[in-house]
Design a protein. Sequence first.
Length: 76
Amino acid sequence: MALDTMLAADIEQQLKAMDETERAQFTLDLVELVHRYASSGAMGEARLDDSEARGLGEVVEAARRHLDVMRQSPTD
């Protein structure tokens, strides 16, 4: 089984046990991690250009806004 398939299966199992707010927090944590890694030049990889960095930054902000909405939503 490929690593990406194993990771996806593991993440899916973790998400099943979470409520909507917890899933929103997980998503934010994940996209922040990807953004930090991709923009850090980690492991000698090329840094993002400005357009790519802005695009990933927008994804982080969208995830943050989604989490804020989920925290403000009344729970059933």
